[in-house]
Design a protein around this ligand. Structure first.
Ligand code: HEM
Length: 282
């Protein structure tokens, strides 16, 4: 018989650190005790753990996406496109994880979910302040959405700051203006709290960039990176909608909306509208 296989790894000759009494350990550094103590199902139903973990994992990924998007915005403010592109690439990779996560959730049937859905009360992803902060940071400003966070100071501060600040699209247009592109002043200096109004002049700029991509390579690359990000965001929204339809049909949402009909409306939202509309006229 071959001796290639064994039933245990021999660690006797490894210089492994076994004692962590006064030293930094894996779990200590990562705060694992807190994280792993944060799954508190309200029922004994088997699928509730999946429901909790999938939301928590999504929130952790959103935290990273917010860090990367914030970093990218800071670089765009300094005209440093390369590092911004690198961060946006990471955002896209995380988005792929978020999109694939729906396949895990889809293993929960309507019957499984209905066993504990009543216990959720009025809680809903609609109240995810990281998600709303991200939407604001990308350019979908909607001041009405802040209201739901008025009783949570942490959430309120985070989401209000994102509402007040220029989005990544605003910063992209400001960067283009600094580089000499004919972005109208209405789009480089405006009330950032207002929802964005698309501009034919902005679309003209992107048309020039796309028609001669070699001459405008940096702007072209940034534009495509943003399209990639928005495309993936739409895929996430679509997969959410279809997974929701698969699990609860056309029931109302626990957050109070019409459910699938409400989620369908979000499919028509655009963070970077001109970069999409320009495609029809290239
Ligand atoms: C059984 C699983 C799920 C169901 C049935 C469900 C259902 C819904 C419904 C009906 C809404 C509309 C708001 C409402 O009235 O509640 C909503 C919103 C939302 N859900 Fe889910 N959801 C599920 C899983 C998830 C997961 C895993 C996430 C990940 C974080 C998530 C994130 C969100 C977000 C961010 C919104 C707000 C979307 C917006 O306002 O555009 N949902 N969900």
């Amino acid at each position: 018989m071959s001796d290639k296989f064994s039933s245990e790894v021999d660690v006797s000759k490894e210089k492994i650190h076994w004692d962590f009494k006064d030293k930094m350990s894996y779990g200590g550094y990562l705060g694992l005790e807190n994280i792993l103590a944060s799954q508190t199902p309200m029922t004994d139903e088997h699928d509730e753990m999946l429901f909790i973990v999938i939301h928590q994992v999504a929130e952790l990924w959103m935290k990273l996406v917010l860090t990367e998007t914030g970093g990218a915005i800071a670089h765009l403010q300094k005209d440093s496109i390369g590092p911004a592109l690198k961060m946006l690439t990471r955002v896209s990779r995380v988005q792929e994880q978020l999109i694939h996560a729906w396949d895990v959730l889809a293993t929960m049937t309507p019957a499984d979910y209905l066993k504990f859905r009543d216990k959720l009360g009025q809680s809903s992803g609609f109240q995810s302040y990281q998600y709303r902060t991200l939407e604001f940071s990308l350019g979908n400003k909607n001041a009405a959405m802040v209201k739901v966070h008025k009783d949570n100071p942490t959430a309120f501060a985070m989401i209000s700051a994102a509402l007040d600040a220029p989005s990544i699209w605003d910063e992209t247009l400001r960067l283009l203006a600094r580089k000499g592109y004919a972005i109208p002043t209405s789009h480089t200096d405006r009330d950032w709290r207002e929802s964005y109004t698309p501009s034919s002049e902005v679309e003209d700029v992107w048309r020039d960039i796309y028609r001669d991509s070699e001459k405008h390579w940096e702007a072209y690359e940034l534009g495509e990176k943003l399209v990639d990000l928005e495309h993936k965001f739409q895929q996430w929204r679509f997969n959410h909608l279809k997974t929701v339809e698969r699990i609860i049909g056309f029931r109302r949402g626990t957050g109070g909306t019409s459910g699938v009909d409400y989620l369908a409306k979000a499919l028509n939202l655009r963070f970077f509208p001109e970069i999409w509309t320009v495609r029809t006229t290239l």
